[in-house]
Design a protein around this ligand. Sequence first.
Ligand code: NAD
Length: 307
Amino acid sequence: MSERILVIGGAGFIGSHSVDHMLAEGYAVRVLDDFSTGRRENLPKGHPQLEIIAGSVEDATILQVAFTEVSAVLYLAAQVSVQRSLEDPVQSAEQNIVGFVRVLEQARRYSVRVVYASSAAVYGDPEVLPLQETAPLRPISPYGLEKYSNELYAELFGRLYGLSQLGLRYFNVYGPRQDPRSPYSGVISRFIDQLQNGRPLTVRGDGLQERDFIHVADVARVNLAALRSAVNGVVNVASGRATTIGELAELLIELNLGKGEMQRVLRQSGDIRHSQADVSRMQQVLGRANIPLNRGLRTLLERCSAA
Ligand SMILES: NC(=O)c1ccc[n+]([C@@H]2O[C@H](COP(=O)([O-])OP(=O)(O)OC[C@H]3O[C@@H](n4cnc5c(N)ncnc54)[C@H](O)[C@@H]3O)[C@@H](O)[C@H]2O)c1
């Protein structure tokens, strides 16, 4: 692979960590981002190997410019909120389906490999755990269905045009730069924000809902490995370990030297109960997640306290 990678959505949470890792590994990077949820401050200032294009994938001219002389594309831009997809499925589909097809079409024209963000949301409520990539796909939100349709489109472009493509089914990603102020942010950034502001950690229902958390630095490494590989299809990206939300809250309070308390609140409808990935395929083709949850949480807490 030659040197320049295009990262669409590179100013966001997962994108900016991926960009940092690519730059550290000596790649040139071009970011295309409309800054709808991403932030300029997430990206290094004045790095000679980093080019930033402010614009949307919806703009055909900008998209074409962005694809010029790149060797691979990491596509992370999306309407990322499950809740918003339920409230406005039309808008969500326009962003998450049509936007992706635009990117695939450019990738086909330029013959470049596409690695794109899918999600554990494609599985819906699982019957058998841990979830293998071959498990039935029964999304329970428009967001999950949009990601599923992305996978079908990518696979079709692979069959029709020989496009090199890989979908990464991210489970629950956490780490620095996840915005706790967003009503849709991950539970870990919300809990840390609550801890630091002396508020109780709000646990929905009985707290026995399970999630499979993976640190964003592990995800950044997997993303680059995916761009460098020639593997097609889909791969789960997760730690392979299930943690209940109650356990997570207890662990955070313990790491916060026992300061903090939990408060039970009403369970949200549509909350998935169990989630745990089978990560054999990821480990085989892209490498393993190295950062255990307690270490990832400790460093995150320290960073937030120092900020
Ligand atoms: N964070 C998670 O735990 C998680 C889990 C599963 C899947 N995902 C998927 O991973 C991807 C990245 O998620 P994230 O958490 O980093 O979200 P994020 O909101 O931080 O990043 C998305 C980025 O895309 C940009 N963007 C949005 N629409 C755009 C457009 N039309 N044109 C150009 N840029 C646009 C935003 O400004 C932002 O920088 C998304 O596709 C998301 O659905 C994330």
